[in-house]
Design a protein around this ligand. Structure first.
Ligand code: MCN
Length: 799
């Protein structure tokens, strides 16, 4: 598709690049919006879920008599009652045809595979009555042995789903020699064992919980011709498809609305048991129903993230050139295979090689079922895990060589003159400049000065040691392209859609297929359209998140909205310009070829004659004076499916002080220089980066979901699950370099996950760097003072 060259981007004060405050914030932060839980419908019932306290059990009997008699109760529904109509919680990314995928019923009939599974639903006039009555539902369970540990799960001695006969869901491999993108990794490792360097390490990616601000909530109104579902989701379009596909309700009779959604971080890209259960119960009772989870339910039964054991073997020459990397993963899926499920570790498969040039690469993941809450995407999904592992390995290599870790990275990274570059994993990176981002980060950080201070502290045996952590990263986001997703067995496309309606008053309505949940799309999309069409920013209205107004879309995840969704908007805008040009030529009595478009006005070249976009919109609306045969509309629709993923990159540097007597860690300085190509709104980008950084740092220092031996989530509230606040972090120094993407009109790259992907290894590398002279070469995350202290004691005791 050709992009209109003479678009209005050279308007007097371009909107793109302006740090505008977000137009949506006014309603979001002053309580003037409607979250799902605010929705009230006449005669609406409230639901409460009866959840299994056991991790693995057979349900032998359910007695609902007492609950049915409780005040306000209208119905109590069990899994058996809705067995054939409740649909299934789908897995949209089977890794291969052999994948074992347990049937995931929203309300279980007889088999409970993790604590928190729904065994019955109570519907009552108020939420309090529903919750009280849920306590009266009497469920008999026969407890079964539970498998809770990944390394135990591999042995298949205890099965999470006995009917499957194994805990292994799938094994998936990428091999550079097999696919022709590199040499054989075993050969490179063998060569390195004979005169080079081989580093073997095992890292743990602990289980995390995507703790969004707004707990999940769903309202279903089944009473009209068309069923309407309001839900706090990232994926209204995918949900509409899966509800239709698994319940038999035609897609045309399902309207899904994601009103303003208070965060998701990947946690709301799941189509949830609670959504399906609410729909099934509402249909059975014939009344609108609402279910809103408590925070504890959210932590227990919203999907979790990460949870992998990672075994890496890195081969290098004795001069420090990396030659091969072998990655073996065990990935915990929990009790079921989620919507993306096993695809999460696979998304990381192309990123373990990161910004480096290796000769050989091999990646294998074994996805395993256990009796814990299911695991799916959490901010970064697969890429933070990969970045963590390779960045830790680069530090280990530097330590082995006794060299500066930045210098070793520089020796191995792709240089800016080598782009486009096809990596050993087989991805083609379109553009990047790792040297520039690193040079800027080093300067902002005061790298040499901090290294000098570190040396002084080491030499003086200061009890507080200083460590410097590095993370030079790239990531792969902007999910599309559809063809590649298809080749990977992903069940949906990656394209995105947009429509632009030019209203008679000169205002512009933009309909986008992506569905924001805190990212500020309304503002950024308005900036893009204002520039493109030369209309005032304030005149642009962005509509999203309702499958009726926006019938086509693939929704928001994988930092895809700008690079795919907004590119579709650009293409729709360019179609509007071309239609308007024809009308302008007619009105100005000139040839179309003589019409030029600048800053919202169509003019005749070499004259001062012109007509504005708003005047053309009015002319198209009245239809009074249009060219012969011209449809009276300059509106346009477009769909965009890019040829490549988006590859943002950056360099993060972190200084940590570690008290070697107590294990306490303190962040001293954090610098991040990201390169996300063209920046649409620097203020939004700053917010995205800050949020991501805090989440990544939290994985390194504080967060971790823990289960006891019975499979009970012991970090089931914010008392036990340490979610940081701004008071726990320091002021970050952020900056950027700009290397535009080459395959999009705007040249943008995604940013929504970058901070979370890059920051975890920077922090852990810094802590390990601080205490390496004490014999420490790794610390399990989260690096609590206790773990750091124990690692120091162990390091000191190792000769
Ligand atoms: N942006 C920009 N210039 C760029 C890149 C991005 O101005 N070069 C702006 C975009 O216009 C958009 C925002 O930054 O307003 C994020 O854009 P993008 O990188 O396209 O990411 P998405 O909009 O697709 O958002 C998804 C991403 C993901 S995957 C997670 S997880 C995440 C995140 O966004 N969850 C979030 N950011 C979040 N922010 C909030 N507040 N809440 C969440 O749950």
């Amino acid at each position: 598709m050709t992009i209109t060259e003479d678009r209005a981007a050279d308007a007097p004060t371009p909107e793109i690049g302006k740090a505008r405050t977000r137009k949506e914030d006014q309603r979001l932060i002053t309580g003037r919006t409607r979250w799902t839980d605010n929705i009230q419908l006449p005669g609406m019932l409230h639901l409460a879920m009866v959840r299994s306290p056991f991790a693995h059990a057979t349900v032998t009997a359910i007695n609902t008599d007492e609950a049915k008699k409780a005040p306000g109760v209208v119905g109590v529904v069990t899994g058996a009652d809705i067995k054939d109509v409740q649909g299934v919680v789908a897995n949209a990314w089977p890794l291969n045809a052999e994948q074992k995928t347990p049937n995931h019923l929203p309300v279980v009939v007889d088999h409970v595979a993790c604590a928190g599974e729904i065994v019955a639903v109570v519907a009552a006039r108020t939420a309090a009555e529903a919750r009280d009555a849920a306590e009266l539902v009497d469920v008999d369970y026969d407890e079964l042995p539970a498998v809770l540990d990944l390394k135990e799960a591999v042995k298949d001695e205890v099965l999470a789903h006995p009917d499957l006969g194994t805990n292994t869901s799938a094994v998936w491999t990428l091999d550079s020699a097999a696919q022709g993108s590199g040499t054989d990794v075993e050969d490179e490792i063998a060569k390195a064992r004979d005169g080079g360097i081989v580093i073997e390490r095992e890292f743990r990616q602990q289980r995390l919980i995507p703790a969004f601000m707004e707990p999940r909530s769903t309202v279903c109104d089944p009473t009209g011709e068309q069923m309407t579902v309001w839900t706090s989701t990232q994926v209204p379009h995918i949900l509409r498809f899966l509800v239709a596909a698994t319940t038999g309700i035609p897609e045309s009779k399902v309207r899904i609305i994601a009103p303003d959604v208070g965060g998701g971080f990947g946690g709301k890209l799941q189509t949830t048991p609670e959504e399906f259960a609410t729909i099934a119960v509402a249909r059975r009772l014939g009344k609108p129903c609402k279910y809103t989870e408590t925070r504890s339910e959210s932590l227990l039964s919203g999907h979790h993230g990460r949870d992998q054991w990672q075994k890496l073997t890195l081969a290098a020459t004795k001069e420090g050139r990396v030659t091969g990397l072998k990655v073996e993963l065990l990935a915990d899926l929990g009790a079921y295979v989620g919507v993306v499920g096993g695809g999460v570790p696979v998304l990381g498969a192309w990123m373990f090689n990161s910004i480096y040039k290796f000769a050989a690469y091999h990646f294998t993941v074994r996805t395993l079922l256990t009796n814990k809450t299911w695991v799916d995407a959490y901010r970064g999904a697969g890429r933070p895990e990969a970045t963590f592992a390779i960045e830790r390995m680069m530090d280990e290599l530097a330590a082995e060589l006794g060299r500066d870790p930045l210098e070793v990275r520089e020796q191995n990274w792709i240089t800016h003159d080598e782009f486009p570059f096809t990596s050993v994993a087989g991805m083609t990176y379109d553009s990047g400049n790792y040297e520039a981002a690193t040079a800027k980060a080093k300067e902002l950080f005061g790298y040499d000065e901090l290294r000098a201070e570190q040396k002084r502290r080491r030499e003086s045996n200061d009890p507080v040691q200083l460590g410097i952590g590095i993370s030079t990263f790239t990531e792969m986001c902007g999910l599309a392209p559809s063809r590649i997703l298809g080749a990977l067995n992903y069940g949906a496309g990656g394209w995105e859609s947009a429509s632009i309606r030019m209203l008679a008053t000169g205002k512009v309505e933009v309909i986008t297929g992506v569905s924001p949940h805190g990212q500020g799309h309304e503002t950024a999309w308005s900036q893009i359209v204002a520039d493109r069409l030369g209309v005032p920013f304030e005149d642009v209205e962005v509509l999203h998140g309702d499958t009726q107004t926006s019938p086509r879309g693939m929704d928001t995840y994988g930092s895809r909205s700008l690079v795919v969704g907004a590119e579709a908007v650009v293409r729709a805008a360019d179609k509007v310009i071309e239609k308007a040009r024809t009308v302008a030529a007619h009105l100005l009595e000139a040839s179309v070829d003589d019409i030029e478009f600048k800053a919202g006005t169509f003019g005749v070249k070499g004259t001062d004659k012109g007509v504005s976009m708003a005047e053309i919109a009015m002319a198209a609306w009245t239809g009074h004076n249009l060219p012969d045969g011209f449809e009276p509309s300059i509106d346009a629709d477009a769909t965009f499916d890019p040829d490549n993923f988006s590859f943002p990159h950056g360099t993060h540097l972190c200084a940590m002080e570690v008290d070697t007597e107590t294990g306490a860690t303190t962040m001293r300085k954090y610098v991040c220089v990201d390169d996300i190509g063209t920046i649409i709104n620097p203020l939004i980008v700053e917010g995205q980066v800050h949020g991501g950084l805090v989440q990544g740092i939290a994985q390194a220092l504080w967060e971790g979901a823990e289960y006891d031996e019975q499979g009970t989530l012991v970090t089931g509230s914010f008392v036990d699950y340490t979610l940081p606040t701004s008071a726990d972090t320091i002021s970050f120094i952020t900056d950027h370099t700009t290397t535009p993407a080459t395959y999009t009109a705007l040249g943008t790259k995604g940013v929504g996950e970058a901070g979370a992907i890059a920051s975890t290894p920077a922090v852990v590398n810094a802590i390990v760097d601080a205490v390496r002279p004490l014999g420490v070469d790794d610390i399990l995350m989260p690096c609590t003072p206790e773990r750091v202290w124990k690692a120091i004691q162990k390091g000191r005791s190792v000769p």
